[in-house]
Design a protein around this ligand. Structure first.
Ligand code: UD1
Ligand code: CA
Length: 479
């Protein structure tokens, strides 16, 4: 027997009940579209070949595959004439398939890699021609039922709509995932007919056909029936997402992550969280986000494709494609936009926005600032209200702030401009020229006082009375 393995993933259906212009398979669920989760699971069997059957919205599905699974081949099933027809289309396009062929559906994203691996192992060890993955469920409605004989041998699958009353009572259902012997599959696929309620070619009929042709068939029953749940509408999508959320969170907690409120913690399957990270309520970690040990995230924080170093603290903040260094402190209410790089012990505080900005080790921007297209040196201090004016309406320009520089509050640094190491900028300055190391840049009008202006121009007002009292004038009533 050939030791080859391949996987055929059925993804030609549109999923009408999603009521979407996007095919069902491409709806996102914790870091990957549904199809992406299935593709990920099929990696576990180390397939020599992965073939995805596309049909409805084939261009969108193919575009996703080109990016996410460039090794996977696609086969077009122009008309959706049933699951048997879909597999036949793939087998016709790849006539040399040998060994074990896994068939899985693109809309069962909760299938675990380990379960697929077990299915293949049992299938190959027992030398069965067909091994179907099944589950015992409370509510089997809609699913195909697995009919067994008195000794428990698998006889066939019957679809819900074709089942009689006795068959409808069966609670062991067909997951839609199978391992086939390539030769038997090829041989039986072409015997399928459309004698069923939907007038389609049912892949499920291969079970009975193979058995009748004298080949051994069997089943593997999953331990966790949620693995076989499919997604047909957006309510089910939310339900599946909730199940995956719990699975991911439970695994992370078992691996040493503390979660104060797992129910409001949404960590993508693609994100990484190290042991001894503390995750507070209301946190989303998306995409390729990775959080190192000892960091504290949240509450109410969304990090997308963001790297967080050990011991960093991120409170009530939003970051996208940012790097947060070891022991850095972010938030509350910070917004780190793409290419923000905070070095170790940097601090970015309340209502500070950064974009394409490197904030050096120990540098601080504690309140109300915008740092865009900027480099901030180690231990520099960015005062409250400082803005890098990086955009002239046409192009973006850079601001360089040296090590140990001190930028006074409410200053505007009009880029391109450089503030040297250890230089100061006086509060309220609009800086348009470089400030050399160690200099003080001041760019504001000198202050003048018009003596007794209030007494002359605003006599009798509360201000006037207060001023008179301050000057010790007798007979001015208390306010
Ligand atoms: C199928 C099984 C059923 C099983 C259930 C598990 C058949 C006849 N029935 O039913 O026993 O309990 O899955 O979820 O196989 N597809 C194509 N081309 C087609 C038809 C379908 O690619 O022509 C794809 C769909 O996109 C989907 C998968 O095959 O990913 C399953 O098709 P679907 O129509 O959802 O089958 P079910 O009725 O759910
Ligand atoms: Ca289905």
């Amino acid at each position: 027997m050939s030791s080859e393995r391949s996987a055929i993933i059925l993804a030609a259906g549109l999923g009408t009940r999603m009521k979407s212009s996007k095919p069902k398979m491409l709806h996102e669920m914790l870091g990957r579209p549904l199809l992406g989760h299935v593709l990920q699971a099929t990696r576990a069997i180390g397939p020599d070949q992965r073939i995805v059957v596309v049909g409805a919205a084939a261009d969108q599905v193919t575009a996703f595959l080109d990016e996410a699974a460039p090794d996977a081949a696609t086969v077009l099933q122009a008309e959706q004439l049933g699951t048997g027809h879909a597999v036949r289309t793939a087998v016709e396009a790849f006539p040399d398939l040998a060994g074990t062929v896994i068939v899985a559906c693109g809309d069962t994203p909760l299938l675990r890699p380990d379960t697929l691996a077990e299915l293949v192992e049992v299938h190959e060890k027992t030398r069965q021609a067909v091994t179907v993955l099944t589950a015992e469920v409370e509510d089997p409605s809609g699913f195909g039922r697995i009919v067994r004989d008195g000794e428990g041998n698998v006889l066939r699958n019957v679809e819900h709509r074709d089942a009689d009353l006795a068959e409808l009572a069966i609670r062991e259902i067909n997951s839609g995932t199978y391992a086939f012997d390539a030769e038997v599959l090829r041989e039986q696929l072409f015997k399928l007919d459309t004698a069923n309620d939907q007038g389609e070619l049912y892949l499920t009929d291969v079970i009975e056909l193979a058995r009748e042709a004298g080949h051994p068939v069997g089943a593997v029953v999953v331990d966790d029936p949620t693995e076989v749940l499919g997604c047909n509408d957006r309510a089910q999508l939310a339900a599946l997402r909730r199940i995956l959320q719990r699975r991911i969170n439970t695994e992370l907690m078992k691996a040493g992550v503390t979660m104060e409120d797992p129910d409001t913690t949404w960590i993508d399957a693609t994100a990484k969280v190290a042991p001894d990270v503390l995750v507070r309520p209301g946190v989303q970690l998306k995409g390729a986000t990775a959080v190192d040990s000892g960091a504290e995230i949240g509450p109410d924080t969304t990090l997308t494709d963001t790297i967080v170093g050990a011991g960093a603290v991120v409170v009530r903040s939003h970051a996208d494609q940012a790097t947060i260094g070891e022991n850095a402190h972010v938030g509350p209410f910070a917004h780190l936009r793409p290419a923000s790089k905070l070095a170790e012990k940097a601090k970015v505080g309340a209502f500070v926005e950064t974009k394409n900005a490197e904030i050096g080790p120990g540098a601080k921007a504690n309140h109300l600032a915008y740092l865009g297209d900027a480099a901030v040196g180690a231990d520099a201090n960015i005062g409250c209200g400082v803005i890098t004016a990086n955009y002239d309406g046409v192009s973006k320009h850079r601001t360089e702030i040296g090590e140990g520089a001190f930028i006074g509050c409410d200053s505007v640094l009009v880029a391109p401009v450089a503030i040297g190491d250890g230089a100061y900028v006086a509060a309220g300055s609009t800086i348009v020229k470089d400030v050399d190391p160690g200099d003080l840049g001041v760019a504001r009008a000198r202050q003048a006082s018009l003596e007794d202006w209030v007494a002359k121009k605003r006599p009798g007002t509360v201000s006037d009375k207060a001023a008179r009292r301050a000057k010790g004038e007798a007979g001015v009533a208390e306010a």
